[in-house]
Design a protein around this ligand. Structure first.
Ligand code: ADP
Ligand code: MG
Ligand code: MG
Length: 869
């Protein structure tokens, strides 16, 4: 198959073969945009190269020389022509954009002769030698692995010795001297000379890009973003255009909308008389993009037109790289721009209003996993007023509110971060080598760079708080201090970082919940409209319930009643119950708990009203209610008026070898039916009270850990009998149903027996996963990491549903339950109900709803909507 496609090739293919950059260069060429000509070597060629033990196949070499010939014909330039000298860039580009991970070489084709030709032709020796020294630097680093600092040191000390302040101050002769020194570096570092033949340069560069697919930075980035390691990278060879050919030239990057806030306004930076990545490298301070409107109005206007064109074409916000050569604009790259979660929502919302995309498109533009960034707390305004500011400057590169201890290196960030400390990584500027430190950091602060610098781009991608360009902070990495106007920061000092404003503060600052934008609220109503499944919350406190309803949860999928027992006074009642000698004593003990339960339920049902609420009856083993330490045991024995020995004997009796497989869940109620009867009474009484106030409710009582149909029948009969007697006593009837929590494999396997006895099923995925795998969820942490790393299992099954195992059990149980009643109500409670990948599966097997913790509700709703689009 073909290994090379010209940008203007009509049969050109997609991202899989051409990589993101190559596919978009071809597409922009077809749209008629000003893209320098070139061609793309496919990812297949890269994979063939890596598979063949890193040698270029003869097929590829042949196609390459053909491709160069036709590029020469199309451009009318060659690698040796005096008047029409061809120079190219060699640019990597994988299917998924991996910022800063792979390497690019510019000005390839220059050598000792060609640099003179370029100087003569442009009558600008300074420009020609600037290009040459850049080639020597980039080629040396990318192809021969010579550290960039070796070149930088030569360059900087030349500037210093000759008292030049800016790179652009160095005259042609100076650059010539630097070029000679650079060539010596090749000899010293590699024992080879810089290859003078353009074709040799090209093949070596292509090989280096292929190899860079496997460099460590790239591997770390791919692991972090779940990108497979076998995709390979494409290589783009493209005619050079020169942003460094004087003050009528320049280079820049821009986003078609603000990537931090989503505001619909061009957002970017450029530098005159500069090449390649000068803008993002933070060497000189770039200009804001609007300034171009005054410096080169025509170019600016053309650029604005192109950005609109590209947005409409790709139906998404674009991240664009451009270069201006002697007043002429060229587009070098476009891709869908990375953005913060709040920008993603705003952009999706705005583009629907602008009729560029549909609501369904909008739903697909936001990553459900990123939604929780929007819900995270922010610093409290009052606390901010009195907090001590560290800096006046600083750009809000990635939003968030973080507090942690200052560290100045990736090594320290890793060491402290892995030891569980919250760290703020503080660097002059980050580079791809810092990626491991950035991953563990709570926040990233740089004193250089801008909104598009490495730190900013990577932080936004990870959803990590980031402030860049804090120019009034000076970092002295060697001595481990940072100086600001009023003091110094040392490693370990606590600071707070506001990624939404760009400000830094001393010490910890209290936080408050975030307010939601109107765009977000509207966007979420679209998600709700589009999805088939409902999303409920798992909650029992008023605070959580209110939060979940704010997010439009359609009900409560799980109230864990045991959470209401774990309070000092209530524990006494429960402990009396455990120590009771007979039925009468047990009932007396439960009576004290009844009151509490009733008022708790009343609060929950009042907040929920007609929205459905599942209350799970008591679930944990009884030993969880008894004290552990000697001291506690003495106190509790005192409180209950029994001897320490007696209490200890109970504790010993309740001790189980496998408590999670022991006397818990509905098994407790088989032994002590009084427990569930008391809880039923408490619920029914509070429903009756609310009904008398005119409040309608919708209770669903759920029995946990059912294994057999007979077990369910025995308990549900008792529950219903108690409920009926309470109703009869009050002369009032209320809404309630009784259902089963399916969380054992046996219940799945026999769902056709159990389901017809119950009004509904809710799957408890945590226990079901634990029992299906035979992995204790409390202890599996010891080895699950090894299983995931070694690819023995795909993902941690407690975080994302094991579709092939546990998922099949759930699917089977749903089918059995629905065999006689296609509308049978089935749902999922447990945290997998908040995981997007699991939600897709639950949608596909016809689940009525999923339920998860309140702050995961919006993300779950979005995932539910995406699973039907
Ligand atoms: P990255 O993937 O790291 O962004 P690129 O391949 O996009 O790497 O190259 C980085 C920069 O180099 C581009 O943004 C552009 O400024 C410059 N560049 C690449 N190719 C050319 C070219 N043919 N002419 C001029 N500048 C180029
Ligand atoms: Mg780069
Ligand atoms: Mg680029």
């Amino acid at each position: 198959s073909k290994l090379i496609y010209a940008f203007n090739d009509e049969n050109s293919s997609g991202k899989d073969l051409l990589g993101g950059k190559g596919a978009n260069l071809a597409e922009m060429t077809r749209l008629g945009l000003p893209v320098p000509d070139g061609f793309t070597i496919t990812t297949e060629a890269c994979n063939a190269y890596l598979a063949s033990g890193e040698s270029l196949t003869s097929d590829l070499l042949e196609e390459l020389s053909d491709a160069i010939l036709s590029l020469e014909t199309r451009t009318g330039k060659t690698f040796s022509d005096e008047d029409n000298l061809l120079l190219v860039s060699v640019r990597s580009g994988a299917k998924f954009s991996m910022p800063g991970m792979m390497d690019t070489i510019l000005n390839l084709g220059l050598n000792d002769e060609n640099v003179e030709k370029l100087a003569t032709k442009t009558s600008d020796a300074r420009f020609a030698y600037d290009c040459y020294r850049r080639l020597l630097q980039m080629f040396g680093e990318v192809v021969y692995g010579i550290h960039m600092s070796v070149f930088d040191t030569i360059f900087e000390s030349y500037k210093e010795e000759n008292k030049y302040e800016l790179d652009t101050d160095i005259p042609a002769d100076g650059l010539k001297e630097i070029v000679e020194k650079y060539k010596e570096v090749y000899l010293e570092e590699t024992n080879k000379t810089f290859p003078q033949s353009p074709i040799d340069q090209l093949t070596e560069a292509v090989e280096a890009v292929f190899k860079s697919w496997n460099n460590e930075r790239a591997r770390i980035y791919r692991d972090l973003h779940d990108i497979p390691h076998d995709l390979g990278t494409a290589v783009n060879i493209q005619e050079m255009v020169f942003g460094n050919s004087g003050d009528n030239s320049g280079t820049g990057v821009l986003f078609t909308r603000n990537p931090s806030t989503g505001e619909h306004k061009l957002y970017g930076e450029y530098l005159l008389n500069a090449q390649g990545e000068d803008v993002v490298a933070g060497i000189r301070t770039p200009q804001e993009i609007e300034v171009l409107n005054t410096q080169m109005p025509e170019v600016y206007e053309e650029l604005v037109g192109i950005t609109k064109n590209l947005e409409t074409h790709y139906k998404d916000m674009q991240d664009i790289e451009f270069t201006i050569e002697n007043g002429k604009l060229f587009i070098l790259q476009t891709r869908n721009g990375k953005r913060t979660a709040s920008a993603a929502v705003k952009i999706a919302y705005d583009m629907v209003q602008e009729s560029v995309i549909s609501k369904e498109d909008a739903i697909m533009m936001v990553d459900p996993k990123s939604i929780d960034q929007l819900l995270h707390p922010q610093f409290d305004d009052k606390a901010l007023e009195t907090a001590e500011r560290i800096s006046e400057y600083g750009l809000p590169a990635s939003p968030g509110a973080s507090t942690g201890m200052v560290v100045f290196s990736t090594e320290r960030a890793k060491a402290l971060g892995e030891a569980g400390e919250k760290v703020i990584l503080m660097r002059p500027e980050t580079s791809p080598e810092d990626i491991e430190g950035m991953v563990v950091a709570e926040a990233i602060v740089t004193t250089h760079g801008g909104m598009t610098s490495h730190a900013a781009v990577v932080a936004r991608g990870m959803g990590t708080c980031c402030v860049t360009a804090v120019s009034d902070l000076k970092i002295d990495g060697e001595n481990g201090v940072a100086t600001y106007a009023n003091g110094v920061l040392k490693e370990g000092d606590i600071i707070s970082v506001n990624g939404s404003t760009g400000q830094l503060y001393l010490g910890e600052i209290t936080k408050k919940d975030q307010e939601q934008s109107t765009e977000f609220a509207e966007f979420m109503t679209w998600a709700k409209e589009i999805s088939r499944m409902d999303v409920r919350m798992n909650a029992e406190t008023s605070k959580d319930i209110n939060a979940g309803f704010e997010f439009n949860a359609s009900g409560i999928g799980l109230v864990r009643t045991e959470h209401m027992f774990f309070q000092e006074e209530r524990l006494i009642g429960m402990r009396r119950f455990i120590l009771a000698q007979n039925h009468a004593e047990r009932v007396a003990a439960l009576d004290t708990i009844l009151e509490y339960q009733q008022s708790d339920f009343e609060e929950i049902f009042r907040l929920s009203g007609e929205r459905p609420v599942i209350v799970r009856l008591l679930d944990p083993p009884l030993h969880e209610f008894l004290p552990n330490t000697e001291n506690e045991i003495n106190n509790v024995a005192n409180q209950l008026g029994v001897t320490t020995e007696l209490l200890k004997s109970y504790i010993t009796n309740l001790n189980e070898l496998n408590p999670m497989l022991g006397h818990r869940g509905c098994r407790l109620a088989i032994t002590y039916p009084e427990l569930y009867e008391m809880q039923t009474e408490a619920m029914l009484k509070s429903l009756i009270k609310l009904k008398e106030e005119g409040i309608e409710t919708n209770l669903e009582i759920m029995i946990p850990l059912i294994v057999t149909a007979e077990e369910y029948k025995t308990l549900s009969d008792k529950i219903k009998a108690r409920a009926e007697s309470i109703e009869a006593e009050a002369g009032v009837t209320v809404n309630y149903t009784v259902g089963v929590m399916i969380e054992t494999p046996r219940a799945c396997l026999t769902a056709e027996e159990i389901a017809p006895l119950a009004d509904f099923i809710s799957f408890g995925t945590n226990d079901l996963t634990q029992l299906t795998f035979g992995f204790s969820r409390d202890d599996a942490g010891k080895f699950i990491g090894e299983y995931v790393d070694g690819a023995l299992i795909e993902t941690d099954p407690f975080q994302s549903l094991d579709i092939n195992g546990v998922g099949q059990l759930v699917k089977m149980a749903v089918e059995k339950a629905r065999a006689h009643n296609p509308n049978y109500k089935v749902g999922v409670c447990g945290e997998l109900g908040g995981d997007p990948r699991s939600i897709q599966f639950f949608n596909d097997i016809g689940m009525s709803y999923v339920s998860c913790s309140p702050y995961r509700v919006p993300g779950a709703m979005l995932a539910a909507a995406q699973s039907v689009v």
